[in-house]
Design a binder for this molecule. Sequence first.
Ligand SMILES: *Cc1c(COP(=O)(O)O)cnc(C)c1O
Length: 460
Amino acid sequence: MRYISTRGEAPVLSFEEAMLTGLARDGGLYVPESWPTLSEAEIADMAGQSYEEVAFRVMKPFIGDAFTDEEFRGIIARAYQGFSHIARVPLVQTGANDWLMELHHGPTLAFKDVAMQLIGQMFELALKRRGERVTIVGATSGDTGSAAIEAFRGLDAVDVFILYPHGRVSEVQRRQMTTPSEANVHALAIDGDFDTCQQLVKDMFNDLTFRDRVGLAGVNSINWARVLAQAVYYFTAATALGAPARTVDFTVPTGNFGDIFAGYVAKRMGLPIGKLIIATNQNDILHRTLESGAHEKHGVTPSISPSMDIQVSSNFERLLFDLYDREGDAVAQLMTELKENGRFDLSQGALDRLREEFASGRVGEDETLAEITTMAKLTGHILCPHTAIGTRVAREHLGTNPMVTLATAHAAKFPDAVEAATGHRPALPPRMADLYDRSERVTRLPGELAALERHIEQNR
Ligand SMILES: *Cc1c(COP(=O)(O)O)cnc(C)c1O
């Protein structure tokens, strides 16, 4: 399988190159040249298999000969051995025909671990083989950063610098980033919001001299390997609920459009998914796009679901590429409009296709708290605010298909919101109970490219 840029002007790469590169040199995102499909029999045969086995079968067509089968099975086994649930991504019933897919059993209690643990193992093997060293730089609204640090801490061939918006991540998220003591881990608190951080990372990748000098590599949700890793759990969930004989709907709490785009990938591969439902908080650019066809930035309003406080949804570009018949020129033009005018309008054809595959809903702050209370009452499950946004939107879209809502984080990662809703402070799992006692290490920097590049060069 070869990988092409959504903007059509970057070199065509192998899986390994696309994984190590992150953002394409023309500013676009790498996507597979075509969507491989699995037969109905192959999908049916996944039911009852281990998560690791399904992971191997789903991802194999995309990785080509990057790893031998034996290497790839080893990578998958090491990636998920630290998860605290034997099913890795278990389903929990929440109603007659609706379910939660719990993605928070990894080391940092959010779904980002599912992909990050895997690419940590893939990077290590690929870099060792090449005898290379890279500098990983990522922006985070909270969960990606801790998951990246957890996946790459202590590895020889990697320095990891994580930018997060100062004062805008939860204390648990911050401590997960600032308490690892390994010398290759660098937490950077940036003055600005998440979009500032994400823009700085993009600008760094577009500074090609700097990029080559430090061997820049990206692990944000723009990295294709992450999206791919997330496609796996759509298969385990849907087949457990009767696919391919039954069609399953999914509701996904959405920020950067990575997790839900992975569902779209699963659907392109042949998994019978009905609707993919985008659930947003008050930062609702994607919901507004579906309603009006105008993709328009309004600025970020901090919320109690900070991992979704985003107005530039990077992975949406990958969907645009398909909506515009995979024409890089058209995508490049839309992205230029977005950068210059803060908005673009979808063509009628693109909007129709978008609405065929996706639906959406938006949930405000008070409704989010109320939903945490409701779900505690209805099911006894205490949800994190992101997940609550999902279940609330899912309820509005219940039909005849089984509905699966992605539970994206553990409630203990966002204790303030959960306590406000339920009156009880959720406890951290025992394995990280001492998080509040560990000492922190962090550098605060202005949201300026030059200062940041200097810091990275001097500290890698
Ligand atoms: C990252 C994150 C999201 C949003 O996922 P995207 O892939 O950016 O859409 C939702 N909930 C939690 C808890 C997250 O960490």
